[in-house]
Design a binder for this molecule. Structure first.
Ligand code: OGA
Ligand code: MN
Length: 220
């Protein structure tokens, strides 16, 4: 791969480290990965969406199974839809990552879906997997953190657990702007600890085409 195939939105060296980490342990975390100007633009867009009451309370489950569970997750979200330059730049960087993952790991990733997430103070997301075995639609999960100058006592870390030993914590990710995390959706349990500071991120998923027996998988 040549550097010319990569947008400046996303640190190039990260691709190789990320792919190695996904293969070796199923997860990757890197700091200072996303361009600071892009992070700032995305954070401002999320603030505007919140002010315009354009965020929806997040739920769990897809399609008709979708329902609110404040005891499980307390974030408010807005799906990316290419409506701004910042979103388009971000999605293009993810497109590059998708191509790199497909070329090196033959994952057959087919599309990327992502939402902004705002966690107000007090919010959390209990330990979960992003995809269930059997109906493998979400293959690789991504999280980009957007809040600059995260306070040391801010809480809100994402805890990653060992896929082989789900009680064992293997990483604690501080949600500081520029940090990018990525992991296998079907096998890596993770959780967002209660935050004490408003927390901005973009969660996204590379998906396989999961249509089965002519039934189209729910879009989300
Ligand atoms: C999710 C999720 C982690 C984070 O949205 O599914 O696990 O750190 N997010 O925001
Ligand atoms: Mn998750």
């Amino acid at each position: 791969m040549t550097t010319s195939s990569v947008t400046p939105a996303f640190s190039f060296e990260a691709h190789n480290a990320l792919i190695d980490a996904l293969v070796e342990k199923g997860w990757y975390v890197g700091t200072d990965i996303i361009d600071p100007a892009l992070c700032e633009a995305l954070a401002q867009e999320l603030s505007r969406l919140k002010a315009a009451q354009a965020l929806e309370e997040a739920g769990i489950g897809r399609g008709q199974q979708h329902h609110l569970r404040k005891d499980i997750r307390g974030d408010a979200i807005h799906w990316l839809n290419r409506e701004s330059e910042a979103q388009r730049t971000y999605l293009e960087a993810m497109q590059h990552l998708q191509t790199a993952l497909n070329q090196t790991l033959f994952l057959g990733l087919f599309e990327f879906e992502a939402h902004f997430a705002h966690y107000p103070a007090g919010a959390f997301y209990k330990r979960h997997l992003d995809s269930f075995r059997g109906r493998a639609n979400r293959v690789v999960s991504t999280v980009s953190y957007l809040t600059a100058n995260w306070p040391t006592d801010g809480g809100g870390e994402m805890v990653i657990f060992d896929p082989q030993d789900p009680e064992r914590e293997v990483a604690r990710v501080i949600p500081e702007a520029g940090t990018f995390a990525c992991f296998l959706s079907e096998t890596v349990p993770h959780e967002v600890l209660p935050t004490r500071h408003p927390r901005a991120s973009i969660a996204g998923w590379f998906r396989r085409n999961a249509s089965q027996n002519g039934v189209l998988d729910p879009a989300r």
